[in-house]
Design a protein around this ligand. Structure first.
Ligand code: SF4
Length: 365
């Protein structure tokens, strides 16, 4: 069964650590974007009925409920087994939560990143821990109890002790799903590019050490486990049955259709990608050009390693794959980064910490 992804790349502010193609854009562009996105969904020829929908961004929680209603009304399959909206803490009201539920949304993913004010103020976020707690309560009262909270390990001014304070809040709020991401350092975020050039802006001089970040992640694995939230993917933790049905499709290489700027699609054999920026996406729409700017055949076997090995369950290899990938397999098995259980292969606890290196090797094998 397939999934649908809708992209809304508009935000109230651009967070210093964010490396997505999202940001603050003129109001006029946002209106044109909304019309272009609706048009793209309307024109889509549905070959299958989706069972999951995911509104990501950006900050789709900023979309007016009527607009959201129109978009979701064009997608078949309602009620979906899972329909998620990403939200930035600080704007969730009872009216909004009710409108989401009426539009078919049954899961909210809150990009909290941290519950510690000293860390948040450095990133451009304005919410407090109390705001998050109040909004979790509103969502539950309005019938949306399937909640995810995102945390980042590695933020400026963060320490293992302050990270533990965020985990204390997670425990207090008792949500069924938590994602813990490591800070990504690259040219696409202001913080990342400041770190790379050795500058001090955005708190780049106050980062925790690599050992501290690893210790935060390991603490998260242990403490979330004690809360009944088992790691089922490198960055994702859930109560039994609380796993994200939509995101599992990416890791299991099931098909999905993406709409909007920088949205990707996969039909089981081919990957395609829409124009990356909101401006380019709207320009193409105005010029009656297709939103898709590129298609590439998927290299299914290799990609299966990249995505499937992220899951704690790992992947089952065919006899010829054990032969074909013998070299990297032997190396990582002997280093204790991978483990074998009959035909099943998975990352070990240590392997998870080196997952990028391990997974990339299979792509080039
Ligand atoms: S982290 Fe979220 S809210 Fe901040 S700029 Fe990125 S997409 Fe927008």
């Amino acid at each position: 069964m397939a999934g649908v992804y809708l992209s809304f790349p508009f935000c109230a502010q651009k967070c210093t650590f964010c490396n997505f193609a999202s940001g603050v854009f003129p109001e006029e562009l946002e209106q044109q974007y909304n019309a272009a996105l609706e048009d793209e969904i309307r024109r889509h020829c549905w070959q299958w009925t989706p069972e999951t929908v995911y509104l990501g961004g950006g900050t789709p929680s900023r979309v007016a409920p009527e607009t959201l209603h129109s978009w979701l009304g064009l997608i078949p399959g309602r009620p979906w087994i899972e329909a998620t909206i990403e939200a930035a803490p600080g704007g969730i009201t009872r009216e909004k939560a009710r409108a989401w539920r009426e539009a078919g949304i049954n899961r909210v993913s809150l990009g909290v990143q941290s519950f510690v004010s000293d860390e948040l103020s450095q990133t451009g976020r304005r919410h407090t821990a109390e705001t998050v707690a109040a909004e979790v309560e509103i969502l539950r009262r309005e019938g949306i109890a399937n909640l995810n909270l995102d945390l980042i390990a590695g933020l400026p001014r963060q320490t293992p002790a302050s990270f533990s304070r965020s985990l204390d809040w997670i425990e207090r709020l008792g949500v069924p799903h938590v994602s813990v991401y490591m800070l990504e350092v690259d040219e696409d975020s202001r913080l990342g590019s400041e770190i790379l050039k050795g500058g001090l802006r955005y708190g780049a001089g106050k980062l925790p050490s690599e050992e501290e970040i690893v210790s935060m992640y390991e603490t998260a694995v242990q403490r979330l486990g004690n809360m009944g939230l088992a790691r089922y993917e490198i960055s994702n933790f859930a109560r039994p049955g609380g796993e994200s049905r939509h995101n599992l499709k990416y890791w299991r290489m099931e098909p999905y259709a993406g709409f909007g700027a920088d949205a990707h699609s996969f039909d089981g054999a081919t990957r395609s990608q829409n124009a990356e920026s909101a401006t380019a996406y709207v320009e193409r729409w105005k010029n009656a050009q297709p939103s898709c700017v590129g298609k590439t055949p998927a290299i299914v076997e290799e990609e299966r390693f990249l995505t499937g090995l992220r899951l704690s369950d790992g992947i089952v290899l065919e006899a010829d794959e054990w032969v074909r990938f013998a070299k990297p397999l032997e190396r990582f098995l002997s280093l204790g980064l991978l483990e074998r259980d009959n035909d099943r292969l998975r990352l070990t606890g240590q392997g998870v910490l080196y997952s990028n290196e391990v997974l990339q090797e299979f792509l080039h094998a």
